[in-house]
Each structure stands twice: as C-alpha cells, then as structure tokens.
Write a protein that binds this ligand. Structure first.
Ligand code: FES
Ligand code: FES
Length: 156
C-alpha cells in the first residue's frame, strides 16, 4: 500500500505494509536515526515524534495511520528556534548525559509548551511522565523545560 504524508515539512510517499511501525519506516526508509528505539512497547518515550502537533510514540504507531498527516521528528524540529531554546536550556541545567532519551524529551517538551507555554513544575513532570531517562534523574530536565519556557519569550 502507498502511504502519503508530510515528513519534516516535505511531502513523502512510502510503499509498505500499513501495519509496519512508524519507527521502522522513519529509521530504515528515511534514515532518521534521531528517533530511538528504547522499549519498543510504548513505555519509554525514546521514539516520540509529533503527528499533527501531537506527541505520538512511533513504536506503537502503524505507518498506515499517518496517511495525510504531518509528522515531525527531532531532525525536522532541530531546524527551529524553539529547538535552539530547548537545547540551550537543557545544556544550562545539565539535562543531557548520554543523550539517548533527549530527542524524546525535546518532543515531549514541545508538545507541552505548544499548549501550555508557562507550565508549572508539576505540569512539566506530568508531561514527561511517559519518558524514561536512565542517566540524569529528572530534576535537570524539569528545570531545563522551565528555563526554556521562561526564556523562550514569544516562541510558545
Ligand atoms: S521505544 Fe517507543 S515508547 Fe519506548
Ligand atoms: S541522558 Fe542518558 S538516558 Fe537520558
């Protein structure tokens, strides 16, 4: 089956089984290796992408379900001023160690800030509750998202 969607701002088509995981299509067919596979079961957030602006876990998303939507991965999001604000903030608060989980946290942060530009620490914790980090602990990540929300004036 041919599936058409927008990927990081460009129209793409892929001929594949509609039940194939979006994660595999992104990594194998489009070389988008920023989308990580952690648990493969919808429980760690490493594979998060935005589908029509909403956070989606690509390991449990069949590619057929993104027909006609706009999908953004960390590679596309990296081109934005919002990404740069989050990157600066994560670096300032020590939110990144090995970096494996970071794309997922950045996508979760964007999903939160697009709806709640000035979140409380509790709202941030709630928004990242589906993301696992094995390295840093979460306080630097919560601080990083808070810092980006405060300094990213006009971005969200
Ligand atoms: S790899 Fe998708 S949620 Fe863990
Ligand atoms: S920085 Fe290593 S898993 Fe989060």
């Amino acid at each position: 089956m041919e599936i058409n969607f927008i990927l990081n701002g460009k129209g793409v088509k892929v001929k594949t089984h509609p039940l194939r995981r979006l994660l595999d299509v992104l990594r194998e067919d489009f070389d988008l290796s920023g989308v990580k596979e952690g648990c493969g079961e919808g429980e760690c957030g490493a594979c998060a992408v935005l589908v029509d602006g909403e956070l989606a876990l690509s390991c449990i998303t069949p590619v057929g379900s993104v027909e006609g939507t706009s999908v953004v991965t960390i590679e596309g999001y990296r081109e934005t001023a919002k990404y740069r604000a989050l990157e600066e903030a994560f670096s300032a608060t020590g939110a990144v160690q090995c970096g494996f989980c970071t794309p997922g946290f950045i996508i979760a942060a964007e999903s939160l800030l697009s709806k709640t530009p000035r979140p409380t620490p509790n709202e941030i914790r709630e928004a990242i509750s589906g993301n696992l980090c094995r390295c840093t602990g979460y306080s630097g990540i919560v601080e990083g998202i808070k810092r980006a929300s405060e300094r990213g004036e006009g971005l969200w």
